[in-house]
Structures are given as structure tokens and as C-alpha cells.
Write a protein that binds this ligand. Structure first.
Ligand code: NAI
Ligand code: MG
Length: 351
């Protein structure tokens, strides 16, 4: 099966290289039938006109799964490359209707959490479901600045969008083991329904959907309270469902509790397609130095294989990754001095 691979910018090609090596080894040693088709798409190639949006979307529609490295290069901010890269990221999510952004917040074995009381594997293990097709970010292609005096963006929440994302969250909760604390399965609806009507509507639709899931507890929390909860009681969480921008912000917070952005992986999922990528960006401050942590890229690959029905292979990836980390191999963000290539070689050796 062909999979579209987007190499991105900054550390993108470095961490994608790690993922491709692992896919190739799974092919050679265990017969995984995945053929990565690489596309050199990122702010740089968008800036020089090699790719345009429609062309990328036409290509993307040929695939069931996309593996994506981070895109964006602040150096190209004035020439437009980075704006175009953001257009590509958002267009892939919006135009391909990848409405569920699934972002696990999981303390992997061998990784340290800065939250001292939760410092053992699986004491933090929940998933943020970020609505990915509407919310405030849907204003990206429509915001308005008037006479350099006033700027307006609109938040869109639809019944259809909220129903399907709520259903997605409850269906996911069904498949989990519940919260680390007591194994209870729950979905928390995160919003600011006290302040904005659009959020009150979000909450109302969520509540309607929840009545169809007796076996799962439906909970409600305001986004600011959730930010605190994720730090002081992360073990009580199982599944969170929230609006686009809240999901974006809260998932970086979640990442910090499980070792940093290098460990935050994700899937953007529709009813028939999936795009898998790290939560983090192209990390221009460390690009080109072979020191990026490729874990998020590798875990995104594992998530993709699992979603495609190759769960056996994703288990091989995770076991060998965890073994490498447990044996003490650490990139600088984890407090060690392993290079990206050394880290990757250690995983390959463990396979
Ligand atoms: P960033 O996530 O690239 O970096 C934030 C900090 O985390 C930096 O200090 C960086 O070195 C560190 N970091 C991130 N990933 C790491 C890894 N794998 N290993 C070790 N350290 C890591 O966020 P920033 O700087 O705000 O954005 C840089 C560019 O990436 C921008 O152009 C932005 O638009 C783009 N971006 C793209 C995303 C995507 O393609 N989905 C998502 C987020 C940002
Ligand atoms: Mg983000």
C-alpha cells in the first residue's frame, strides 16, 4: 500500500528519515507492505513555487494515509513561504475533512514527567480529541482587518461537526482502558460555555450525543479549569473533546507533562482517510544539527499503522522504541546527548 509522505521543513526531513528507516526495516524483516511515497513539500518548496495548494490536495486525495512532518520556516515569513505552509496544513485538514485530531497525552515507559507525583509509566494516559474542521481556526481563510483599526475572526460551531466529534470521542473512550486512576471511562467536554453562545451550543450537542453512551461518563469543564486539571490531576482523565483552538493550546500543555513536544504525536482522521504527524513544529532553533527527538514522528507512524489495521507492526515499533529509551538513549531535549541518528539506530537494533 502506498502512503503519502510529506517531508516538511526544519527538523522535518531529519525526523522523517528516522520514520522511513523504521518502515523499511519492518518491510525487510517482518513483511510490512507499506511503500512510502516521498514528497518534498514544505515552506521552502511552496515559496519557490514548486508546489501549489490544489496540486497538493489532488495528490493527497490519491492516498488513504498521509505521514506528515512539520512545516514552516520563520525565515520565509516575509516572502510568504511560511504562510503558504500553514495554508497547506489547514487545507489538508479542512478540505480533506479530517475532522478528528486525535492527540494522545501519554507518559511513555522510560520517560520522565516534570510532574513528580505522576512519574511512572501510564500514570498519565489520556487522549485529547481536537475538533479539526471548524471552531475559531475556520476563520483562517476569512478573517477581516478593517482600516488597520479593527480585526475580526469568527468562531463556527455546527451541529453536524459537534455531533460527529462527540461521537468520535465516545467511540474512542469505549476502546480505551479508562483513566489510570480508577479505570473509569469518561469523556470531558471542554469549552467556555459560560462566556460564549457558540460554546454553549457545543456543550448542548455534546450532551445530546452523550445520552446514547450510558456506559461512559460524560463530564464538563471550562477550558481554563482544564488547563489546571491537566497539571494537578492528569490521572483522572480518559478522553477530552474540545474545539479546534482550545485543543491546539491544551495539547502543547499536555505534551509538557509527558516529557515535552518531542513526545506528542497525533492523527487527523476522517471517515475514510488519515493524516498522521507530530504535534510540534519544525523547530528551526535546532534544525540541521541532528539532535531532534524523533519520538513524536515515530509514534505518529505507529499510530498510522495501527489505524490502517497493521497493529502488529505498531506494537513492534513501540516495543523497540520503549526499549531504546529504557536503555538510557536520550536526545538533548530528554537531558542526554544522543543524536537523532544514534537514537534511531538504537531503535532499529531493538527491532
Ligand atoms: P516548535 O514546536 O517547532 O518548537 C518549540 C520548541 O520545542 C523549540 O524550542 C524546539 O526546539 C522544541 N522542539 C519541538 N520539537 C522538538 C523535537 N522533536 N525534539 C526536540 N525539541 C523539539 O514551535 P515553533 O517554534 O512555534 O514553530 C516553528 C515552525 O513550525 C513555525 O513555522 C510554525 O508555524 C510551524 N509549526 C508547524 C506545525 C505543523 O506542521 N503541524 C505545528 C506547529 C508549528
Ligand atoms: Mg499546535
Amino acid at each position: 500500500m502506498d502512503v503519502m509522505v510529506l517531508n516538511g521543513d526544519g527538523i522535518g526531513p531529519e525526523i522523517m528519515n528516522a520514520a522511513i528507516k523504521i518502515i523499511n526495516k519492518l518491510h525487510e524483516n517482518f513483511g510490512l507492505n507499506i511503500n512510502p511515497v516521498e514528497y518534498d513539500i514544505g515552506a521552502v518548496t511552496l515559496d519557490n513555487g514548486k508546489w501549489d495548494l490544489d496540486h497538493i490536495l489532488d495528490e493527497a486525495r490519491k492516498y488513504k494515509a498521509i505521514l506528515k512532518a512539520p512545516m514552516g520556516d520563520p525565515k520565509l515569513r516575509n516572502t510568504g513561504g511560511t504562510e503558504k505552509a500553514l495554508d497547506v496544513i489547514l487545507s489538508l485538514r479542512f478540505n480533506l475533512d479530517l475532522y478528528a485530531n486525535v492527540r494522545p497525552v501519554r507518559l511513555l515507559p522510560g520517560v520522565e514527567s516534570p510532574l513528580k507525583s505522576y512519574n511512572n509509566p501510564d500514570s498519565i494516559n489520556y487522549t485529547i480529541i481536537r475538533e479539526n474542521s471548524e471552531g475559531l481556526y475556520s476563520s483562517h481563510f476569512g478573517g477581516l482587518v478593517l482600516r488597520d483599526e479593527l480585526a475580526i475572526d469568527n468562531q463556527t460551531i455546527t451541529r453536524k461537526g459537534t455531533e460527529r466529534i462527540s461521537r468520535f470521542a465516545f467511540e474512542l473512550a469505549k476502546k480505551t482502558k479508562g483513566s489510570p486512576k480508577d479505570g473509569k471511562k469518561s469523556v470531558v467536554c471542554v469549552d467556555k460555555s459560560n462566556v460564549l453562545r457558540s460554546f454553549a451550543f457545543f456543550r448542548k450537542i455534546f450532551s445530546e450525543v452523550s445520552s446514547r453512551y450510558d456506559e461512559i461518563v460524560a463530564k464538563y469543564m471550562y477550558a481554563d479549569a482544564m488547563a489546571q486539571h491537566m497539571i494537578i490531576r492528569p490521572d483522572e482523565l480518559n478522553v477530552i473533546v474540545t474545539e479546534n483552538m482550545f485543543g491546539d493550546v491544551l495539547s502543547d500543555l499536555g505534551a509538557a507533562t509527558v516529557g515535552g513536544l518531542g513526545f506528542a504525536y497525533s492523527g487527523n482522521i476522517s471517515d475514510n482517510m488519515g493524516m498522521f504527524e507530530p504535534v510540534h513544529g519544525s523547530a528551526p532553533d535546532i534544525a540541521g544539527r541532528n539532535i531532534a527527538n524523533p519520538t513524536a514522528m515515530i509514534m505518529s507512524t505507529s499510530m498510522m499503522l495501527d489505524w490502517l489495521g497493521f497493529g502488529k507492526f505498531s506494537k513492534i515499533i513501540e516495543d523497540s522504541l520503549f526499549n531504546a529509551i529504557r536503555s538510557g538513549v536520550r536526545t538533548p531535549d530528554m537531558g542526554g546527548n544522543a543524536t537523532t541518528s544514534y537514537f534511531t539506530e538504537s531503535i532499529l537494533k531493538n527491532m
